[in-house]
Design a protein around this ligand. Sequence first.
Ligand code: HGY
Ligand code: MN
Ligand code: MN
Length: 416
Amino acid sequence: MAAPGENLRINPERLWDSLMEMAKIGPGIAGGNNRQTLTDEDGEGRHLFKRWCDAAGLEMGVDEMGTMFARREGSDPSLPPVYVGSHLDTQPTGGKFDGVLGVLGGLEVVRTLNDLGIRTKHPIVVTNWTNEEGARFAPAMMASGVFAGVLDQADIYQHTDRNGKKFGEELERIGWKGEEKVGDRKIHAFFELHIEQGPILEDEGIDIGVVTHGQGLKWLQVTLTGKESHTGSTPMPKRRNAGLGMARVTELVHEVAMDYQPDAVGAIGHMEVYPCSRNIIAGKTVFTIDIRSPEKEVLDAMDGRIREGIDLICEALDIKYEIEQVGHFDPVTFDENCVKAVRDAAERLGYSHRNIVSGAGHDACWINRVAPTAMVFCPCVDGLSHNEAEDISKEWAAAGADVLFHAVVETAGIVG
Ligand code: HGY
Ligand code: MN
Ligand code: MN
């Protein structure tokens, strides 16, 4: 397909204003956002996005996982659309741009096409995938995982948050459970704009990350069971300390990840201690191990070593353990043609660019299983994300959305 002229650019002010407007919904306590999936704040953000889509003349569809699909018609409605989007849900102490830049960048693509009166051959669909973060309800990339056929919807509906609320019930409660069967939509190609969430682009002074691969991930939820007892009167040799077990597993995860540098990573971000009383030995701990690597063999090796290590730690401390894998996807190689469309767009627009592997998981990682997919990264300040201080410049947002525009429109084809 003919490429758009290099002079075609999105409207950076409008994009930035929309980002700042969305950021007012579900404010955090330190300047970021807390708009967790299926909360009232998520519902409010969805309504704002829908109002903007209505104003842009898009037709909204919602599926049974609550994912929102805003369609701009093409000259040939029978053709599978080009999808563009990301997620509006945030971490509990999230930033203003993680996910949101991809959804509103996709909306800006459509708004720009409307401004210019350009028709594309393939329809274009701007997408807000439900529960990408997996913070309130595990796993991450949940709705895109159901769409790609790797997660079971009926099972997912039963997943509960820390307060025992069920995913399916919360989706109904906020009024965003749609009618569409999940996964029926045919996708010609999917493009996702996202902040890098790492330091490489900023450190190297590069405008655009051409994402060729995504690293693989495993989330192992561990429950350690020891025995509650008095912190003062229980002799050390008689303690069955689940808190000590969690501490040793935390060190183990770090050591195993350090053995596979420079690429592997590992940490424990979610930790629960029971009964969490100052003078009671922790009888139970529940925590989630997050390990990642661009190489499947390394990810599997880390998994195995950690499981062995947990067994030895628990034997030494006379505590029991259960391990449940609550999230997993193998390393991803994005579609060559879509990646080329992103690279050619950056080149055409005169933006500096480099190939890059995504450290974070994204909806694109699952959608890549059912449609040709690629991602566009822009830098973020200090590479910081999943932190309320997450920040980007207006110029970075505009560059990313310009490249997204060109990759999407070239793939969808211009007919006038
Ligand atoms: O965990 C991730 O990589 C993504 O931010 N949900
Ligand atoms: Mn994200
Ligand atoms: Mn995130």
